[in-house]
Ligand binder design. Structure first.
Ligand SMILES: *Cc1c(COP(=O)(O)O)cnc(C)c1O
Length: 404
């Protein structure tokens, strides 16, 4: 890989990304349309609430939700969404978060717990999880029962939490039905569930009150952006807790569609979301990326991903001790990942060694490490043609000989 890199100019090794849209190695490649728009956005000033109001309309159009908001990532969208569910339009609660007079709880199936739920807790909520991990452990086949979720809802419940994956159980529509019977909103983490573009609407249609998407994954907007789509009064609370509102009351006139000043009854203090600010450049970058993402030929992109995955798998299959398979896209990720199983007794190295050694090279090569110790994965989403060839060459250098 012989290219001029700004990272190398600063003495930092670049990464060839065969792991997919992982934040720790930079997420995705931002679209040219977004970079260009961000450059132009940097030249002038704009009132951020005006820009958020426009973004709200665009997000509503795309998702079918009443309103929307641009955050500094899907995780930030989850935190802000939780803060809105806790505080509503109460200025006092907004000012006190993450501390509250009450003990706000977010109920979710235990099988939906992820490390991202720190974002929900950061707003001041406690997570109450229900159900078991039996299917995952092989100790039983029963998933979380709808009645267990209903049973956990109390006066302290401010929301239900849900992680959207194609295999998530119970079905989202079942969970939203329970929630709405109890007058409680549902916050859905759909950070990585794009494409297909149809998923923009899917979770709102299933009854979600707030849905979080990442702007820095397949949308390929700025890395530090996310989208929250949902009910108007919750988005209004998000805006009140996120915008910089150090403002004199007499001249504070945020856009009425975004922020219901009458309902608030005063100017909020700087809210819990203020440390997660979103700049004008990121906001414009995300809007430009959204337009390009929606217009993109997703079928052609899917064919390209599959071709790359097939080529990678075929090039490794003949190596001794190595077996490859390609996961159906919707099973684990939005793209067809190659799973590379390494039999340490028959191969020249083992999966852990290969993953570690690839990361130590320059450029670093990152493959997916979630299936260690016996296997690793290769995701085609962030590889171009030349990089695919390079990854194949490096993998073959570490995995050695053709079997006879
Ligand atoms: C990536 C991801 C997030 C975080 O998204 P950011 O935009 O990086 O904040 C949250 N939840 C899930 C399930 C994710 O895959």
């Amino acid at each position: 890989m012989d290219r001029e890199s700004v990272y190398q100019e600063f003495g930092v090794p670049i990464v060839i990304n065969a792991a997919g849209t992982k934040t720790r190695i930079g997420g995705s490649r931002i679209r040219e349309e977004a970079v260009e728009a961000m450059g132009r956005a940097a030249e002038e000033f704009v009132r951020l609430s005006d820009l958020q109001a426009r973004a709200s309309e665009r997000i509503a159009e795309l998702t079918g939700a009443e309103a929307g908001y641009v955050t500094s990532g899907a995780a930030s969208a989850l935190m802000l969404g939780a803060a809105a569910c806790i505080a509503g339009d109460d200025l006092g609660t907004m000012a006190r978060l993450p501390h509250t007079d009450a003990t706000p709880e977010i109920v979710m199936a235990r099988t939906h717990r992820t490390e991202y739920d720190h974002a929900l807790r950061a707003a001041g909520a406690t997570i109450v999880d229900v159900g078991t991990n039996d299917p995952h452990l092989g100790t039983g086949s029963r998933e979380t029962e709808p009645w267990e979720i209903a049973d956990a809802i109390t006066d302290d419940t401010v929301a239900l939490g849900y992680i959207a994956k194609s295999y998530s159980k119970p079905a989202l529509s079942t969970v939203t039905e329970i929630a709405h019977e109890h007058d409680v909103p549902v916050i859905v983490d759909a950070a990585a569930e794009l494409p297909p573009v149809a998923n923009f609407r899917r979770f709102t249609e299933a009854g979600a009150d707030l849905v979080a998407f990442s702007g820095g994954k397949a949308i390929r907007g700025p890395q530090t952006t996310g989208i929250l789509a949902g009910r108007r009064e919750l988005v209004s609370s998000v805006a009140a807790q996120h915008l910089d509102v150090h403002a004199a009351e007499a001249v504070w006139e945020p856009p009425v569609d975004l922020l219901d000043v009458d309902r608030l009854g005063g100017v909020p203090r700087q809210g819990i979301g203020r440390p997660m600010k979103v700049g004008k450049e990121e906001l414009i970058g995300l809007l430009a990326a959204l337009d390009a993402f929606v217009e993109e030929d997703h079928d052609a992109r899917a064919v390209e991903w599959r071709e790359r995955s097939t080529r990678i798998a075929a090039s490794l299959n003949s190596l001794s001790g190595v077996t490859t398979s390609i996961a159906a896209a919707e099973k684990v990720a939005v793209a067809p990942e190659v799973r590379v199983q390494v039999d340490a007794d028959a191969a020249v190295s083992d999966a852990v060694g290969v993953v570690r050694d690839l990361r130590r090279e320059e450029p670093r090569v990152f493959v997916g490490a979630d299936s260690l110790p016996g296997a690793f994965t290769i995701n085609p989403m962030c590889l171009d043609g030349e990089e695919t060839d390079y990854v194949i060459e490096r993998l073959r250098a570490h995995l050695g000989d053709e079997s006879t």
